[in-house]
Design a binder for this molecule. Structure first.
Ligand code: FMN
Length: 325
């Protein structure tokens, strides 16, 4: 995830179990593009012990092929093509989710990249641009290019992040694709993880926002799949996670400035604070110094009461996940 799944974030969530594999933030590929050092470091300095896929976004075929070839000199598990980003600036250039409304161009990219990538080539898509009934046509295209895994964020580009997911589309992909299909969207706890698998029949889950809020989610799901009780996270556990995130991200920041760092932390805290306490959210949003930031965290989290397992269903950043139960 852009500005989220960087090297320090991955190293922190790995301490709490981490996923089976990681995907980098996307490399924004264009004609005279050279690999961004910061994103590249999440591959070259990856110490999580887990494989990492390099994600590319773009629409320039030659550039995508060149970058895909270049990345093969690095320790990656494979190359992932982003066909889901809904940002208007990306879609306007017919990249990311914008490519879903340009099937011919998308097909040309898939074909060229498949030919250029001898190892794993995976795709992350949404279920359409305007409507989810576009998905059958998209699946026909994906099927033609022998991709190794298809990860589906079960919303259209226009639905962005705030609706229930179209689990029926993911199930259709599971039935029609010749590769493993991963279900993505709205998994926020163990129950929604089980629900997403039950409703889609997918081979696995990709978890985004839910992992920022609760990095234990991967370990909790693994425990639950193995028939064990998932660990219950306490507020003190969350305080430990926030402290680690604060330190790790600070240690990777060039020209560190404490107040700017507090602002940097807020993009993670937006997700973490959901459902804890309105006053906590309010004070974190207004914190301007490290002292304010840490005092607020300590005031609300330095105790052993259990955290709510999921965020509020109607919160701005998480909603629609009850449909997965
Ligand atoms: C801040 C943010 C950044 C994201 N960046 C990326 C990205 O770089 N590549 C990608 O494939 N998806 C990206 N996504 C989408 C997520 O990977 C995921 O598909 C989406 O949030 C739905 O899954 P979730 O409910 O588990 O978060 C991003 C999402 C958010 C909220």
């Amino acid at each position: 995830m852009q500005d989220v799944t960087n090297l320090p974030f991955m190293s922190v969530i790995q301490r709490y179990g981490g996923p089976d594999y990681y995907v980098t933030e996307y490399f924004r590929v264009h004609a005279d593009y050279s690999l961004e050092k910061k994103i590249l470091s999440s591959i070259t300095e990856n110490q999580t012990g887990k494989p990492i896929y390099a994600q590319l976004i773009g629409q320039d075929i030659e550039a995508l092929v060149r970058v895909a070839r270049e990345l093969q000199h690095y320790p990656i598990a494979g190359i992932d093509l982003n066909l889901g980003c809904p940002a208007p600036v990306v879609c306007r250039k017919d990249a990311g989710g914008g490519l879903l409304r340009k099937p011919q161009q998308m097909e040309a990219i898939l074909s060229a990249m498949r030919d250029a990538i001898p190892g794993k080539f995976t795709v992350k898509t949404r279920v359409g641009f305007h409507k989810h009934d576009e998905f059958t046509g998209l699946l026909d295209i994906f099927k033609r290019y022998a991709i190794d895994t298809l990860t589906i964020h079960g919303r259209t580009v226009q639905e962005r992040y705030q609706t229930p997911v179209h689990t029926d589309c993911i199930r259709m992909a599971v039935e029609h694709m010749h590769c493993p299909v991963m279900a993505n969207g709205n998994v926020v706890d163990v129950q929604t993880g089980h629900g997403a698998l039950r409703l889609t029949g997918a081979a696995g889950l990709m978890i985004g926002r839910g992992a920022i809020r609760n990095p234990w989610i991967f370990e909790q799901l693994r425990a639950s799949f193995a028939g064990n009780s998932p660990t219950r996270v306490t507020r003190a556990g969350l305080l430990d996670y926030i402290g680690n995130l604060y330190e790790q991200i600070a240690s990777h920041t060039v020209d560190f400035d404490a107040c700017k760092h507090v602002n940097r932390m807020k993009k993670y805290m937006l997700y973490i604070a959901q459902g804890i306490d309105e006053e906590f959210e309010y004070r974190i949003r207004r914190a301007t110094s490290p002292e304010d930031f840490h005092a607020t965290c300590n005031d609300f989290l330095a105790n052993n009461s259990p955290l709510p397992e999921c965020p509020p269903e109607n919160s701005k950043l998480f909603c629609g996940f009850d449909a997965l139960r």
